[in-house]
Design a binder for this molecule. Structure first.
Ligand SMILES: NC(=O)c1ccc[n+]([C@@H]2O[C@H](COP(=O)([O-])OP(=O)(O)OC[C@H]3O[C@@H](n4cnc5c(N)ncnc54)[C@H](O)[C@@H]3O)[C@@H](O)[C@H]2O)c1
Ligand SMILES: O=C(O)C[C@H](O)C(=O)O
Length: 318
């Protein structure tokens, strides 16, 4: 059984993540953590969550706290604290503001929760994952981000819809930045176990249209309803279930790579990893030459912004 804490639990994604993880049978304690002053709202969220349990037969305990020491003993900490983007912004516009929040937190939990896994959601998630890794001093398998898992889900739905098949028949993944430079791996996409390019109808797939839809999905949802909530919340649920069930599934998350993709590394970015109770393990892969080139460009972009953020954090820049 496990204790899972949510940092930023008063936020939109934090609240839905609490509901999503409370339904995982391995979770016996959900802890809602918020900034000092948010005790009242945390209590309300906890009560609302507990009200749902009678309908779902959930049997977890729910606690709330504004004291960071209470995160001690968490098996996994889900980090959703920070500012979300407005529809006219890119995720990278949030980098420095959110990096300060992440750094401050990571330094504190280094001693409070040295054994916890840390799942980053806050955007820009690849950069926030690297900031959390650096300042928490944790091992690289213990700190990871939701990365391109949500983008991969979006692509999977779009492909299933085009081919009129159940989503479970589609296997695909997107690697790289959770952002504009993301790279769909058509070479790793199958429908009913058949490589997608071996299907005659592949020639009719509107690839550019589908990728625009995937890339713009977050922005479109933010423009119309203010925030993306259920997609990321369910993605968080999948990741936590995979970890606590020690499932060894291969999912695409933001993780620190050394050289696993064609010797490209020293960056936190979306890649296929094996996930289990002790964390994430990037899977060495070989992909098509065009995919390598696009991944390399995505890596260079993320490395550059990460470096700028690290420099600004070290120099105390505003
Ligand atoms: N990577 C993804 O797939 C994905 C998906 C959805 C949201 N997000 C990101 O998650 C974050 C939260 O999104 P949201 O919609 O829940 O936002 P929200 O505004 O509803 O919630 C933000 C939370 O962060 C807390 N917070 C804000 N500033 C803080 C600070 N200075 N110190 C400590 N805590 C602070 C707030 O109290 C609140 O709990 C954003 O960065 C958003 O971009 C990422
Ligand atoms: O788009 C956003 O800013 C939120 C999130 O990263 C998403 O893709 O839903």
């Amino acid at each position: 059984m496990a204790k899972v804490a949510i940092v930023g639990a008063t936020g939109k994604v934090g609240q839905y993540a609490a509901l999503s993880i409370s339904r995982i049978p391995y979770v016996n304690e959900v802890q809602l953590y918020g900034r000092p002053g948010s005790e009242g709202i945390l209590e309300g969220i906890a009560r609302d969550l507990i009200d749902s349990f009678a309908a779902t037969g959930t049997d977890s305990s729910v606690s709330w706290s504004c004291s960071i020491e209470d995160l001690k003993g968490s098996d996994v900490i889900i980090f959703t604290a920070g500012v979300p983007r407005k529809a006219h912004q890119t995720r990278n516009d949030l980098a420095l503001e959110n990096a300060r929040i992440v750094k401050d937190f990571a330094e504190k939990i280094a001693t409070i929760a040295p054994d916890s896994l840390l799942l980053m959601i806050t955007n820009p998630v690849d950069i926030m994952t690297h900031v959390a890794l650096k300042y928490s001093g944790k091992k690289s398998n213990e700190v990871f981000g939701i990365g391109t898992h949500l983008d991969s889900m979006r692509l999977k739905s779009a492909i299933a819809s085009f081919f009129k098949v159940h989503v479970s028949e589609v296997h695909t993944r997107i690697i790289g930045e959770h952002g504009e430079s993301m790279v769909p791996l058509w070479s790793a996409t199958t429908i009913g176990g058949i490589q997608i390019s071996n299907l005659p109808s592949f020639a009719r797939v509107p690839i550019d249209e589908i990728m625009t839809q995937v890339k713009c999905s977050g922005q479109r949802i933010i423009a119309s309803k203010g925030a993306t909530v259920w997609g990321p919340g369910e993605a968080i649920g999948t990741l936590i279930r995979t970890i606590l069930g020690n499932e060894d599934r291969i999912l695409t998350v933001s993780a620190y790579i050394k050289a696993e993709v064609h010797n490209i590394g020293d960056v936190c970015i979306g890649v296929p990893v094996r996930i289990n109770r002790s964390g994430v393990y990037p899977v060495p892969i070989r992909i098509e030459p065009l995919e390598v080139r696009n991944f390399q460009m995505s890596v260079e972009k993320i490395r550059r912004i990460t470096k700028e953020v690290f420099n600004a954090l070290e120099n105390g820049e505003e």
